[in-house]
Design a protein around this ligand. Structure first.
Ligand code: ZN
Length: 219
């Protein structure tokens, strides 16, 4: 894919987040690995106001290409790409249900087998840190260890994947799971799957179709 195609695909994904109600206004952001750096959405702009050329390129060496300022959360995007060579796309939103759980500062446990879509038996909640800081970046990298998603306490949710499609699918699934978990919590404490039960799910995802995301597709 050329950089131009990538920019177009990223904007289309940003608009899909809005349409799906996962993102509102200018709070969310997304990035994609691009050469020796990453392309990321600019700060303070909604999906409808951004043109493909407005996406900002940030080099891992600290260089920058673009006339606008990058998302204030570029630190954790860059840190995740540095720490996790297998990740190529990252999405961050303040999606309602994931953020509600993050505001309770609770992780998403193995209350449903689809929690394994994020790569393990829970989706951790990173401790609260001020947005746009290295401290938040460190907390995100730690909470994302061996995972493709994490919650950010009193802030929002991050998802990632080998492709933009995967990162978007994980974001959609985690938001849906958080909605279900909160609905269950309103009545009582849902039962949790054991470590062995979740290991079996993760194993089945590995051998099924294109992995957990494909396994999660209803068709
Ligand atoms: Zn945020």
């Amino acid at each position: 894919m050329t950089e131009s195609d990538l920019r177009t695909a990223m904007l289309a994904a940003l608009r899909r987040l809005d349409t799906a109600g996962l993102n509102r206004g200018s709070t969310g952001n997304l990035s994609h690995r691009c050469g020796e750096g990453l392309l990321i959405t600019p700060t303070g702009m909604g999906a409808d106001d951004i043109a493909p050329e407005d996406l900002v390129w940030l080099g891992f060496d600290g260089t920058r290409r673009g006339r606008l300022k990058p998302s204030s959360e570029w630190h954790f995007h860059q840190a995740l790409y540095r720490a996790r060579p297998e990740l190529h796309a990252i999405v961050h939103t303040h999606a309602t249900f994931a953020t509600a759980l993050a505001c309770l500062r609770r992780e998403l446990p193995a209350f449903h087998y689809m929690v394994a879509v994020a790569g393990g038996d829970s989706v951790r909640c990173a401790p609260y840190r001020l947005f746009g800081t290295e401290a938040l970046s460190d907390a995100v990298v730690e909470a994302m260890h061996e995972r493709k998603a994490c919650l950010l306490a009193t802030h929002g949710v991050v998802s990632a994947g080998a492709t933009l499609r995967e990162a978007m699918k994980v974001m959609t699934e985690i938001e849906s799971l958080c909605q279900t978990y909160l609905a269950a919590l309103a009545v009582g404490e849902p039962a949790l799957l054991s470590g062995a039960e979740m290991a079996a799910v993760i194993e089945k995802f590995r051998g099924y179709g294109q992995g957990p995301v494909a396994a999660a597709d209803p068709a």
